[in-house]
Write a protein that binds this ligand. Structure first.
Ligand code: PLP
Length: 395
């Protein structure tokens, strides 16, 4: 028998098969073994599992799960809309890893038209792409005319990038019109739909080429695991996204994929409650004398059925500006201050000094991110308790 060192490394020869597990086990491994050299050579030439930066069964199971959600039919008055049957997904280590991969893969050496007034780190990232040879032109979020003008200006873009609903002021963009604008110019359309999740918005059915999510948020749902996903036609993913993901290395760990898959299983029921609570809070804030404005999406602005509700996020402007807004945060007791969103509990943050502080002050103001605005990610608590906490903090 082998010596201690060899035994320490090899263990007792535990079975590697997965038996008949009810819940899929985690393939927490960096690489896969081959019984013979010729099988390894075949795998390198084909599509088998070799190394987890390239592909891993647990990550792949999640990707297929998310693709099935993005392909779910959307019922509208004229019939059924649906992503193409071959739409697939690729999972990344964070939402930003997925977003930067899409923008670099599609835009390298060309031009990208991107909305401004969206998630602060996406804006900060695209602001640095000039250095990498990608020219980015901005168009204010929610303004399709400005998007069309930016697309038509100068050389045709390779990619049009939008966020709907937008972070933090919840502006909506009609995905169908944005896709027309992009396609008429020969560009692809990518949509960050993190605030909606596929439960409320399925951009591929409305003509988008790629849809992105930070799965860190509502899709995983518990606030314990970072992740990002891009979905779209398999040919775009294989030709453009796979080489970039594999070579730049922004992949996710199998455990993150497994945890995200657990969260996804409750997405539909969680979203129903997130949305019902957000609607109740938005109504209360609309009538509150210390609230200047409420930012809550009206799905009626979009073609019927595109966004099936106002969603789980809202923002509002407190009368009295920054000092008052921060005082409201400090007076909350149930609602928690945390710089994320999409968790089971209700969270608040102050975009001006927190999520969007990476942008210069003038830019924040130009985007409408005033110092009195608070953003709320509405959780699953009893709505009466949330209303009581927020009204007490406002008074
Ligand atoms: N997209 C949106 C709309 C976001 O709100 C965020 C993060 O808050 C991201 C992308 C980035 O995701 P991650 O933090 O997983 O990198």
């Amino acid at each position: 028998m082998s010596g201690f060192g060899t035994r320490a490394v090899h263990g007792a020869g535990e079975a590697t098969s997965t038996a008949e597990a009810h819940v899929a086990p985690i393939f927490q491994t960096t690489a896969f073994t081959f019984p013979a050299a010729h099988e390894a050579i075949e795998a390198f030439g084909g599509s088998g599992y070799i190394y987890s930066r390239k592909a891993n069964p647990t990550v792949r199971a999640l990707e297929r799960h998310i693709a099935a959600l993005e392909r779910a039919p959307v019922e509208v008055a004229e019939g059924t809309l649906q992503a193409s049957e071959d739409a697939d997904s690729r999972f990344f280590g964070s939402g930003m890893a997925a977003i930067s991969a899409v923008i670099l893969a599609m835009g390298a050496g060309g031009r990208v038209v991107c909305q401004s007034g969206i998630y602060g780190t996406t804006e900060a990232m695209v602001g640095r792409l000039d250095e990498l040879g990608v020219r980015v032109d901005l168009a204010p979020v929610g303004d399709l005319e400005a998007l069309g003008t930016a697309v038509a200006r100068d050389m045709p873009p390779a990619l049009v990038y939008i966020e709907s609903p937008a972070n933090p002021l919840l502006q909506l963009t009609d995905v169908r019109r944005a896709a027309q604008i992009a396609h008429e110019a020969g560009a692809r359309l990518a949509v960050d739909a993190t605030f909606a999740t596929p439960a409320l918005l399925r951009p591929l059915a409305w003509g988008a080429d790629l849809v992105l999510h930070s799965t860190t948020k509502f899709m995983s749902g518990y606030g314990v695991v970072l992740g990002g996903v891009v979905s779209g036609a398999a040919e775009i993913l294989t030709a453009k996204i796979d080489p970039l993901r594999q070579n730049f290395g922004g992949v996710a760990d199998p455990f993150a994929a497994w945890m995200t898959g657990l969260g996804l299983r409750t997405l539909a029921v969680r979203m129903e409650r997130h949305v019902a609570n957000a609607e109740a809070l938005a109504r209360m804030l609309e009538d509150h004398p210390r609230v200047e404005r409420v930012f809550y999406p009206d799905p009626g602005e979009l073609p019927a059925g595109q966004l099936t509700s106002g969603g789980p996020m809202l923002s509002f402007e407190v009368a009295g500006g920054e000092q008052e807004a921060l005082a409201v945060v400090d007076r909350l007791s149930l609602i928690t201050l945390a710089p994320t969103l999409g968790t089971l509990d209700t969270l608040v943050q102050h975009p001006y000094t927190m999520s969007h502080s990476v942008l210069p002050e003038a830019r924040r103001r130009e985007m409408g991110i005033q110092p009195g605005i608070l953003r709320v990610s509405v959780g699953l608590e009893d709505p009466g308790d949330l209303i009581e906490d927020l009204s007490r903090a406002l008074s």
